[in-house]
Design a protein around this ligand. Structure first.
Ligand code: ADP
Ligand code: GLC
Length: 517
């Protein structure tokens, strides 16, 4: 710790004393290091890490993937020193300093060793990162106006570390950058002529980190970058495009989304650019997994941990959730929403089908945080259906886990979903997702076996899937068979480790001019 007391992500709700307050409190397995003659040093550049600070799935992936990879490669994480990071109860030792560049201020590099051995490099720059709020904005949901500077500094720090300018006695063989906040890492490296290979992972194409061309001097962006093959995007600068344009390879987080983003419907204006990357073999999809803390029989967050088949145990969790959300006692199905409250997630569709759900005997528990208008719409929904719809505006890991455990169904009518983790968590806890047939939802839900998929972003299509869910709920034998299949679905990081490891090795070999298998 270089500064004061511990804090949690669950600022909106009080925690019962003695309960786990973050993922850090959950047991983690330190995997034995497998002997790998190709072991590489990899710098993982991210704006979230669930142990310390999380707004969505990127935080989960940043916490889980480096740990899963540790058996094969030495993966270390670089993250900005937000208050949530500095005030965690892990000591930070200052190990390096970096000079400024253009309007990007100088900063320090701290090293934090998490209890299970994961090494975190913390970018310490009080004027950029030590603010109350989320990584991206104030608690009122508005983005910080200087995000281009804040995250350019993150990208530049990664490039500095790769160029050994930080003198931290560890220099990566490869830099793996995630989403627009880390998009300038490959770019600064490329502009400096670095030979270290870079991998850029798109977790969400719709968030592009766009800044005005007038910011070029502040960010030290060279003029030749302002072209279609560079980071120019409709007369602006796009951090996301920079990540894609200047990295050695691009991945995204499911096979279906990798295909979808090459189409106009999902490509956010970048489909042509991404199609050409696919044709060159430079874009691939590697699905996310879920970590071992998602185990319903041992999760310390649950009031009633339960095994597959223990449906009475599951019902006790449902009773807890009904109580927590002020819902009436009921023998009908309990639906859950655990979501960022943003357009992507289709909350307006859920709002539109709520009457149908309630009239059919269902109830809905909703937890979320996001755009002020969406938050307001959810509050209004609870007022329209007292006792049937309960809403909590906020971010609370414990409640989320209890909701996956207590609900019968998870509602996820996303307009697009690069991978989605909530639907995997729900399945693991015996809650069947009712979800749009898109992206990672299509890849991780077996329609009619582990959940219910619908094709169109329309009320009719959604209601048809809900009708099927209600039918299954009426037949406990069928419902329980689906729960068993969902809980046993093989979601873990194993399937991602090999493809990432192979990619790391190929990219490093290629950069060294060695033949690639
Ligand atoms: P996204 O990254 O687009 O938000 P994912 O499904 O991949 O979607 O990941 C969302 C993650 O954030 C999951 O771990 C989910 O449980 C969690 N989450 C979302 N909203 C909340 C909330 N209000 N409280 C607690 N956890 C939440
Ligand atoms: C993004 C996506 C989500 C994905 C997560 C982690 O936030 O919206 O689908 O699961 O990143 O990759």
């Amino acid at each position: 710790m270089i500064s004061a007391a511990a804090d949690t992500q669950e600022e909106h709700f009080s925690q019962p004393v003695g309960e786990p307050t973050s993922l850090t409190d959950l047991p983690k397995t330190v995997r034995p290091v497998r002997s790998n003659p190709n072991r590489k040093k990899v710098l993982f550049v991210t704006s979230e890490l669930a142990d310390l600070v999380k707004t969505g799935g990127l935080g989960d992936v940043s916490a889980a993937l480096p740990r899963a990879m540790a058996q094969l490669h030495d993966v270390r994480v670089l993250i900005p020193g937000y208050p949530q990071v500095l005030d965690s109860d892990n000591p930070i030792h200052i190990i390096g300093e970096l000079g400024g560049h253009a309007a990007l201020p100088p900063c320090k590099i701290g090293r934090m060793d998490l209890k299970d051995g994961l090494v975190i490099y913390v970018l310490i720059c009080p004027e950029l990162y030590e603010r109350e709020g989320t990584p991206y904005g104030a608690n009122n949901g508005r983005d910080w106006p200087d995000n281009h500077i804040r995250f350019a500094r993150l990208g530049l720090a990664a490039a500095d570390i790769a160029a050994n300018l930080a003198q931290i006695h560890w220099c990566p063989d490869l830099v793996h950058a995630h989403d627009w906040p880390a998009g300038l890492a490959p770019a600064y490296m490329h502009w400096r002529g670095s030979r270290t290979p870079t991998l850029f992972t798109i977790h969400n194409l719709a968030y592009q980190g766009v800044a005005s061309l007038a910011s070029c001097p502040e960010l030290g962006i060279p003029e030749h970058a302002l072209q279609q093959e560079g980071m120019e995007f409709y007369g602006k600068l796009s951090f996301l495009k920079a990540g894609m344009a200047y990295s050695s390879h691009i991945t995204t987080v499911s096979a279906t989304y990798a295909r979808e983003i090459t189409t106009p419907e999902f490509g956010c204006g970048l489909d042509g650019f991404l199609s050409s990357k696919t044709q060159q073999g430079l874009l691939s999809g590697i699905p996310n997994g879920i970590d071992e803390s998602w185990e319903s029989s041992t999760d310390p967050h649950l009031t009633h941990p339960f095994n597959i088949g223990d449906w009475e145990g599951k019902a006790l969790n449902a009773a807890h959730v009904r109580n927590l959300f002020g819902l009436h006692d009921s023998t009908g199905p309990l639906f859950a929403v655990v979501s960022r409250l943003v357009y992507q997630k289709g909350l307006d569709l859920t709002e539109a089908v709520t009457n149908f759900i309630v009239e059919s005997g269902g109830q809905i528990a909703i937890i979320g945080r996001g755009e002020p208008e969406e938050e307001q719409a959810m509050r209004a929904l609870a007022l329209r259906f007292p006792g049937h719809v309960g809403v909590r505006i906020g971010f609370n890991e414990t409640d989320a886990r209890r909701m996956f455990a207590g609900s019968d169904f998870l509602l996820m009518p996303s307009r697009y979903e690069p991978c989605g983790l909530s639907q995997m968590y729900a399945q693991r806890f015996g809650s069947l997702p009712v979800a749009r047939n898109t992206g990672g939802l299509a890849d991780t839900i077996e329609d009619g076996v582990t959940g219910f998929l619908f094709d169109e972003s329309t009320i009719e299509s959604y209601e048809a899937a809900l009708r099927r869910a209600f039918k299954v709920f009426a037949f406990p034998g069928l419902l329980n068979a689906m729960r068993c299949r969902a809980m046993a679905a093989p979601f873990n990081w194993c399937q991602a480790v090999e493809p990432y490891a192979e990619l790391y090795e190929q990219l490093v070999a290629k950069a060294l001019g060695k033949s690639v298998k």
